[in-house]
Design a protein around this ligand. Structure first.
Ligand SMILES: Nc1ncnc2c1ncn2[C@@H]1O[C@H](COP(=O)(O)OP(=O)(O)O)[C@@H](O)[C@H]1O
Ligand SMILES: [Mg+2]
Length: 259
């Protein structure tokens, strides 16, 4: 484990001056009286993995949906790949959504489609790819990258939870996003499968040099995947640091997460 942490810290140092791919300043979002995001500030650099760690109901999914352009903030700066999201035209938003891969909590596969059809779908619909051979090649490549070549003709209901997550990941990565957003990638999985998914996230991150925000309440997922961890509480980010740094934090709220 120490080795992983050291490697991660080297990555942070190397990428520290990389381009800022997501910039968030004083982001706020309420639903009626429910002030969900109160003051969110964050910079994600190219090639970096940031984990947002927080208990349930803290606004993690709301934050990630704002970043993905699926929900609009009330106030604050939110720039993705150098552009303010709320000022984007419809076609700029569309372009941005192709560059951002979003792995939903549920995995969101189509149950009536085989794995091949699930993976082909974004290629035909978003990229308008028609060439059968090219489609098949990309689908096979994507499945290979998540270690599931044999599942190509199966239906989601034939697969375990961990395998469905892998297919969801392959389907998101097939469009080669520059930024990956993960909402609770390990929730509902057993500890061994969780670990496999966390390791896969790191492996794919290195392979494709993506920048990622990973939202989780799973500390071991955070430890395995994060260059930096941000702790979220009451709609604010209350601490930021490496796993090791936060582990030593004297702040009681931060400490509670590391028990
Ligand atoms: N579309 C919505 N409309 C109204 N309230 C919402 C909506 N989405 C989330 N909320 C509220 O925002 C708060 C944070 O939710 P969420 O971001 O899902 O938490 P987390 O992902 O950290 O568990 C909750 O109180 C939830 O009820
Ligand atoms: Mg959530």
């Amino acid at each position: 484990m120490d080795e992983t942490i050291t490697q991660k810290q080297e990555v942070i140092t190397q990428n520290h001056h990389g381009d800022v791919v997501i910039k968030i300043e004083h982001l706020k979002k309420s639903f009626g009286d429910n002030k969900v995001l109160q003051d969110i500030n964050l910079e994600l650099h190219k090639g970096e993995n940031i984990v947002v760690l927080g208990r349930s109901g803290q606004g993690k999914s709301v934050a990630i949906q704002c970043i993905a352009g699926l929900m609009q903030q009330d106030e604050g700066v939110l720039q993705v790949l150098g552009k303010e999201v709320k000022e984007m035209t419809r076609s700029e938003l569309k372009e941005m959504r192709i560059k951002i891969g979003f792995l939903f909590q549920s995995g969101a596969l189509y149950d009536s489609m085989t794995v091949r059809e699930n993976l082909s779908f974004p290629l035909t619909r978003v990229l308008k790819l028609k060439d059968k051979q090219e489609l098949e090649k990309k689908v096979q490549e994507a499945l290979e990258s998540v270690g599931l070549e044999d599942a190509i003709d199966k239906f989601p209901s034939d697969l375990s939870g961990g395998m469905r997550k892998r297919v969801g990941l392959a389907r998101t990565l097939i469009l080669r996003p520059e930024i990956m957003l993960y909402d609770e990638p390990t929730t509902g999985l057993d500890p061994i499968t969780s670990r496999e998914i966390s390791e896969l996230i790191v492996k794919l991150q290195e392979k494709y040099d993506t920048s990622s925000i990973i939202i989780t309440h799973d500390l071991s997922c955070a430890r395995l995947t994060a260059d930096k961890i941000v702790v979220m509480n009451d709609g604010k980010f209350i601490a930021i640091g490496t796993y090791d740094e936060l582990l030593k934090s004297k702040d009681e709220l931060v400490n509670n997460f590391f028990k």
